[in-house]
Ligand binder design. Sequence first.
Ligand SMILES: NC(=O)C[C@H](N)C(=O)O
Length: 350
Amino acid sequence: MKNLKIFLVFIALVFSSTIYAQKAKIRIIATGGTIAGVSKSSTESNYKAGELGIYQLLSAVPEVRQIADVTGEQLVKIGSQDMNDEVWLQLANRINQLLNEEGYDGVVITHGTDTMEETAYFLNLTVHSKKPVVLVGAMRPATGMSADGPLNLYDAVAVAANKDSHGRGVLVVMNELVLDAKDVTKTSTLGVETFKSLNYGPLAYIHNGKVFYNRAPQNKHTYQSEFDVANLKELPKVGIVYSYSNASELPMKAFIDANFDGIVHAGVGNGNFYHKNFDLAEKAQNQGIQIVRSSRVPSGATTLDAEIDDAKYHFVASNTLNPQKARVLLMLALTKTNDWEKIQQYFNEY
Ligand SMILES: NC(=O)C[C@H](N)C(=O)O
């Protein structure tokens, strides 16, 4: 009888530890943003981003501990308008360490929404793991009425802890949607529904912490990526020139004079230039400054050889990458090659 009791206690202990062990080990890296923003009152529109620390954010959603074994660390405390290459390099290296050396099952990054899509795409090309990496933010500060941060954070942890999220590249979770790093973009300056995948639609929707996937990204990413930033102290210099009717040549000239390594042209339509900037772009390319043609139009692709003979000028077409993401890929491409055809291949594959 006594032996039976000991046996039952033993079984109960093994069973409960198996359940505990099944909880995914998720690390949250906090970087600031409106999700950590504080205003004077719940109705105040003026607020300061990046004020609260990671454990203050987590205290608003104790429920995350029911779905994962969650710990956190603070990398920086900034509005994402101040995001920069240095933080990107730190972030990529830290995530690779957490997933490939420290045994974490997934990483969630709390981040401002302004440049979230760029960080997501940078990590999509520089994190080498199939494990989930999820960016999350908020449009209303933590102190605002009906703040969207707590639910977004809960959903982000649910996505990071979900086995179905493996191998889908870096993900953005906002407003009950899962969006892929390549296609996601911020479409509204104010609305909580701001993030959209304008070309292909969301990867999944989330309801009550359950994640329902519909598709997987078709481009190369994360574990398939050939870009490696482990030993880089800085990234090549790439600027963006925005086009419009009667466009000034000054920004393009300034980048050329400052010897930038590459220029992304946010063209009109299918990546077209105002004629004076076209002449400058040709000059830049002849000087070894790589030109990538992208578009200020929010959806569709900038395609090779439409109104411009790219092969003649050695320009690269960005396909569906918007200018800010084309900048990310061009920087990484330039760490490997200056050959425009190889760079175009990267733009076709990633
Ligand atoms: N909603 C936000 O997070 C905006 C803020 N400026 C940021 O990007 O950090």
